[in-house]
Design a protein around this ligand. Structure first.
Ligand code: DC
Length: 235
């Protein structure tokens, strides 16, 4: 067994398909997958359940004070990847609801929340052998990551994908609401002061608007092999 493990950072806009790509890549190469967006969603859900987050408004002070009480982990579920655990409770379905999506960007702008989660994310990456997706993984969480991908696709393509995803999960939402949410999150994510969504200078861009899932996965594996080669490492 070789110890040539790297860190793979996959950043991009909401619903760009980066989570599915990151999950598939991690499974294919035997790496751990961490969905950093799920962590921001879990904090948001906790705030909603405790009356600190509602209708896009956040009681920032109380939420910051509560951060040490919020624990987030991921539990592998056979055949289903992994589920997000909030204080020991499986919240995988709840954190994907439009209600959480509507509030999460407002929680993700809070610097103390970001510092707290970035620290947790860096702990997950200590042993390397990790694929993490998010908005600031290649810029802030793992600026030293050996492989960085920045995924993009039009807002309409992304809204269509999220709409179908929600339908499949039986979560009710209209396409127009989903598109509005995608555009609003793009705006907040790219204009916030703390770690805005921006392509790292050394990230490779991937516009997957016209790519099939199989094409994306093949592209990623190829990139992974070339990255190992460039570092003189073996898979
Ligand atoms: O990837 P996602 O849609 O599940 O992310 C949910 C929100 O969390 C998104 O609107 C922005 C925020 N986020 C972030 O600010 N930084 C990350 N590394 C991941 C997500």
């Amino acid at each position: 067994m070789s110890n040539d493990k790297i860190i793979i950072a996959i950043d991009g806009y909401s619903s760009s398909g980066k989570s599915s790509m990151a999950r598939a890549l991690a499974a294919a190469i035997g790496y751990r997958y961490v969905d950093s967006g799920a962590m921001y969603r879990a904090v948001t859900l906790w705030g909603m359940n405790h009356g600190m987050v509602a209708d896009g408004a956040v009681d920032t002070e109380s939420l910051i004070e509560a951060l040490p009480d919020i624990t987030i982990d991921f539990m592998p579920i056979p055949g289903e990847g992994q589920h997000t655990m909030l204080n020991g409770e499986d919240v995988e379905l709840e954190i994907r609801s439009l209600k959480v999506s509507d509030n999460v960007s407002q929680v993700a702008v809070i610097p103390a929340v970001r510092h707290h989660l970035v620290e947790l994310q860096q702990r997950f990456g200590r042993e390397k052998g990790i694929v993490m997706d998010g908005r600031d993984i290649g810029t802030t969480v793992f600026p030293e990551a050996e492989m960085k991908i920045f995924v993009d696709a039009s807002a309409e393509t992304r809204a269509k994908r999220r709409f179908l995803e929600l339908q499949e999960k039986g979560i009710e939402a209209s396409y127009d609401d989903v598109l509005a949410n995608v555009k609003q999150r793009d705006h907040i994510d790219t204009t916030r002061a703390e770690s805005p969504l921006v392509k790292a200078a050394d990230a490779v861009s991937l516009d997957n608007s016209d790519m099939t899932i199989a094409e994306q996965n093949a592209w990623l594996i190829d990139m992974y092999r070339r990255t190992l080669d460039a570092h003189g490492m073996k898979a």
